[in-house]
Design a protein around this ligand. Sequence first.
Ligand SMILES: C[S@@+](CC[C@H](N)C(=O)[O-])C[C@H]1O[C@@H](n2cnc3c(N)ncnc32)[C@H](O)[C@@H]1O
Length: 310
Amino acid sequence: MIKFLMKTFSNTPSEHNFENWEVFNHNIYLKSNEEKKKEIRKATCLARYDIEKDKNFSWMENYFLSKLSREELKDKVLLDLGSFTGGRLIAWAENYNLKKSYGIDINPIFKVASEEFAREKNINADFSTGIGEKLPYDDNFFDFIVSTDTFEHVQSLEKSMAECYRVLKPGGKLLAVFPQFLQPFESHLNFVTNFPCLHWFFSPKKISEKYFEILKERGPTAEWYSGNKNNLENWEKLPTLNGTSIRDYEKILKRNNWSNTQWIKRPILTDGRRSKKLIFKLLSFLFYPLIHIKYLDELFMGRICVICKK
Ligand SMILES: C[S@@+](CC[C@H](N)C(=O)[O-])C[C@H]1O[C@@H](n2cnc3c(N)ncnc32)[C@H](O)[C@@H]1O
């Protein structure tokens, strides 16, 4: 049944979608000359930079600046945790006149792309290769940490949150936004299927089994995005996801000593390009009351979005 649904609503990623880091594993990148490779690296930067430059879609404008003033960001030292190829961070540096920008992500190729883009845009930025669970910065170093769509992927959110707390200055703020596990549309199965809500009805273990089976059936053409992976890691609930629900995150927040935490609650269908369509606007309007009801919030809230003050 699961496989039938996945195959009926089948999906495959495009190697021309530069929002996907997996493009660096595709022959379109690997077999290119250095000039073409540089072009592709820049396309991945622009994929995020252009979103952040557009006020209608910017994560900073739409989520955090509803609770924060632009002035607060001016001349500040800011870390983007999970910075990918730096597109969003460079846009923030330009938009809010940051004093210095730092970015960290796990893949060395992201650092190369980020540094090229920062040079081109003449931005004072420092990029590292590393993980959120072990940040290579001194205690009390940053005024702000921003993390967008990354906390659902870290192996240990508990450790990453503790590290954020450590490297923030007293009074510094963590701005975090990421999809919560139980919402219908963000189960990250979209390299294989578009069918929503599978994890409401089937166990993550069974879904993953079928997901990997389909990838295997697709053969060598899928290797660039499957990475030949056919099992979940110990920490994964679904492929690449740690499975953090709203209730899990509330517990993690309580275990750190944040002096203040503010939630920004929005229902599903209120971000991204589809949110501008009338039908989705109407539906999301209906969901607003539901996200304030405990347990229903797990089904209808799109992203966990918090501002945590040290
Ligand atoms: C969906 S992308 C989001 C990228 C970017 N923040 C954005 O919003 O466009 C998730 C990013 O998290 C990074 N990531 C995954 N695990 C990580 C970890 N443990 N520490 C730091 N970054 C991690 C991935 O490499 C990837 O670039």
